[in-house]
Design a protein around this ligand. Structure first.
Ligand SMILES: [Fe+2]
Ligand SMILES: [Fe+2]
Length: 281
């Protein structure tokens, strides 16, 4: 039986008001949108929330970014990485909490989280290889690309378990199993949520369109990077996205990236699972 899209949407929209998205993040999102906000203003707000700032700094200082000296303040992090990335990291830290804390009886979340972290790490490597202007955005988008699945796992655990079971039994892609069970996909759910959180389109698009990168208009290169990173992460067996088979590679994304197979192989060699785990321990 399929849940009506309206009921599903109402359930998902309610998530944006749950305490798991801390007020501080909502405040940061609003501040970043305002042209009169300075870097120092936002830094102060994040710094006031000690748990959040510790998490953000841990991400900033992780192997993702490879800064030669540790970054010890949020203001410094923002100067180095930009508003949107720090906002994305604050958001990621909150999603991480959501993932740790809530529901999901009988569903092991760690494999999905490992898949998200692996995709983020690979997206960062690919972004450097194709010289993306802001590679950190690809990392945040990689981290959050399967946000819709994380939400399903936490808030609709029975349906999520049915989807995984259906995908494995019939050898379907998760996307196709999701359409059969829910009438929508994790990519669409991710879009609803991120738009509700008022993330900029250049961060929403790579997440909303990571399975249809040819449709990207605002951030086609970042979207293509996340698309390929997702596939490589599954191919490298880092975590488990729920997909029993490798996702099809979009020709449009591949052509846009203009990479050689040699560069893809190099990327796979550069992944250090140890680093991935360390960054979030
Ligand atoms: Fe996905
Ligand atoms: Fe994925």
């Amino acid at each position: 039986m399929t849940i009506s899209p309206d009921i599903l949407r109402a359930k998902i929209e309610r998530i944006t008001t749950l305490p798991t998205l801390p007020q501080v993040v909502t405040k940061i999102v609003a501040m970043v949108e305002s042209p009169t906000t300075s870097v120092a203003d936002v830094g102060k707000v994040i710094a006031k929330d000690q748990v959040l700032s510790a998490r953000v700094l841990k991400l900033v200082n992780s192997a993702f970014y490879g800064f030669s000296r540790p970054v010890s303040t949020i203001t410094h992090a923002m100067v180095l990485l930009g508003f949107n990335v720090v906002k994305g990291l604050a958001m990621s830290a909150s999603v991480f909490d959501l993932f740790q804390q809530e529901g999901g009886d009988g569903v092991d979340r760690k494999p999905l989280w490992d898949h998200s972290i692996g995709t983020a790490r690979i997206a960062g490597i690919l972004a450097q290889k194709v010289k993306l202007h802001e590679p950190e955005e690809a990392v945040v988008a990689g981290l959050l690309h399967d946000l819709g699945k994380i939400v399903l796992c936490a808030h609709l655990p029975e349906e999520f378990a049915t989807i995984i079971d259906l995908a494995k039994r019939r050898n379907l892609l998760m996307l196709d199993a999701e359409v059969q069970v829910l009438g929508t996909t994790h990519a669409a759910i991710g879009r609803w949520l991120l738009e509700g959180w008022k993330l900029p389109a250049k961060l929403v698009e790579p997440i909303a369109l990571h399975h249809a990168p040819h449709l990207a208009r605002e951030a086609p290169l970042t979207t293509a990077i996340v698309h390929l990173a997702d596939i490589l992460c599954i191919a490298a067996s880092i975590g488990d996205s729920g997909d029993a088979k490798i996702l099809p590679l979009s020709h449009a994304a591949w052509n846009l990236l203009g990479m050689t197979m040699g560069q893809v192989e190099e990327t796979l060699c550069e992944i250090d699972e140890q680093e991935i785990v360390m960054a979030f321990a």
